[in-house]
Design a protein around this ligand. Sequence first.
Ligand SMILES: Nc1ncnc2c1ncn2[C@@H]1O[C@H](COP(=O)(O)OP(=O)(O)O)[C@@H](O)[C@H]1O
Ligand SMILES: [Mg+2]
Length: 452
Amino acid sequence: MPPRKKTDAPVEPPKAPARGGRKAPLLEPATSKDVAAESRRRGKALSATAGGESDYPVEVSRDGSSGAGQRPPLITEVEATIPVVIPSGARSPVDDIVEVLKKEVIGQDRAISAISRALLRAREGFRTPGRPISVMFFAGPTGVGKTETVRALAKALHDDYRAVLKIDCSEYSEPHAIARLIGAPPGYVGSDLPAVFQRENVEGVKNRVILFDEVEKGHYRLHNLLLQIMDEGRITLARRTKEDDGSVSFEDCIVIMTSNIGAFDIDNILHASRIGFRNEPPAATAAQTDYQIYTAAKEAMKRMFSPEFRNRLTEFIVFRALSRHSLYDILQKLLNISAARFAGMGFHLKLSSAARDWLVDRGIDQELGVRPLVRAVEKYIDTKVAELHAYGLIREGDMLEAVVEEVEPYPDGRPRREIKFMRAPRLEELEPGAKAPRRRKVTKTEIVVERY
Ligand SMILES: Nc1ncnc2c1ncn2[C@@H]1O[C@H](COP(=O)(O)OP(=O)(O)O)[C@@H](O)[C@H]1O
Ligand SMILES: [Mg+2]
C-alpha cells in the first residue's frame, strides 16, 4: 500500500468500472490536502448517488498524484456499517491444499493454518515480484512433522510427495560444498558435474517446492546463497558463457527451510512440562508449553540468523510437541501404509487395541518425536510380517491379527509383553462341515513367531 496522508477516511475496495464501457473520470488534485477534500466531497457524492455511473472518489498514487489509467480509487468517506467477516464454512482457494496437509500431518493444525495464510497471501498477489512466491521457516522440536509437511505440500501441489528439490544442509557444512549447488567454474574440481540449482531443476514449474532441510547445519556461504535467493529471487551459476549469463530464477518457487534451532532449550522445556506422550498434560499447561517452545525457537532464531535473514522470511512457523492422542492418529496412518502393502501381498492385518497401546508405548520419546514410533512399526510389524512370509507361514488370503501376549518376565521380575501374530484358519484347515470364519474375523490359530 502506498503511504497516504492521514485523511481519517475509511478505505473501500475498488468499485467495478462504470457500466456503459465509459472510463472512470480521474481528477488530478494539486496537493494531498486537496486530495483529502476532494475525496470527502466525492465520497459524499458517491453515497448520495449510490449506484451512480460516473462518480469515483479520487485515488492517490505513491507520489501523491493521480492520473488516467489508474485503478479505481480507494479512499472515500462513506459510512462503513457492514461487517466484513469470513463466515464459518466458507471455502478459500487454498482449502484443498490445507485438506491434504491436515490429512498427512497430524496434530500441527496451527502450523498448517500459518502455511495456508502464507499461500493465500501469495495467491492474492501480496508478494514482491522477483522474489520467491513464499519463504517459510519451520522450527520446533525434532520428529514432529516439519519435513513431512513439506512432502505433504508437494503432494498437495504436484500430486507427488517426491516433487521437492531437497537440499540437505548438513551436506553443505563445508565452504567448498557450495560448488555442488551452483556448479564449479571450468577447470575446477567438479566442473563437469551438473549444479543442483541448474535451471531445469528450479525453473519452469509453477510452485516448485525447494526445501533447505536442517538449515542451521549449513555453512554461512549457504546462508548467503539463501539470502540472495530470498532477496533477489535469483542466483548465478558458476558456468557462464557469452550467450548465457547463468542466472537461475526462483520466482516460481516456494522456499521452505526447516531447523531444530533451540533444540536444547526446547528439550528442557519438554522435560520440565513432561508434555505429551506418557503424561498428557492439562490443556492449560500444554498451551503454556507451546508458548514456551515458540519463545525458545524465536530466541534461538535471533541468535543464529542475522536480522537481514530473518526479515526476508515470509513466515516463521513453530511446530509443537505432539500429544499422546496425536501419536495414535499417526500410528493409524503408519499402519494404513503397512496394511496397503500387505493387501498388495494378498493378506489382511488387524491390530488389537492392546497392540496399539504397546506400539505407542514403544514409540514414545520426548527428544526424538515420532521417529521411534515409525521405527517400532517397521521393526515389530513390517519386519515380522515379512519374516513370517519369508518362512512360508503366511500366504495369500490369510487374515492376520497382531495381539499382545505376556512372556517370561525380565530378569528383575518386571512383567514383559510382546507382539504376537495370529491368523484365521484357512478353509482347508477347518473341520469338515464347520462354518468358515467371516472374512477379516481373525480367530486364535497361532502362528509360531520367533521373538527378537
Ligand atoms: N505430525 C506428524 N504427522 C504425521 N506423521 C508424522 C508427524 N510427525 C512426524 N511424523 C512421522 O515421523 C517421521 C519424521 O518426521 P519429520 O517430519 O521428518 O520430522 P522433523 O520435524 O524432524 O522434520 C515422518 O516421516 C513421519 O512419518
Ligand atoms: Mg526434518
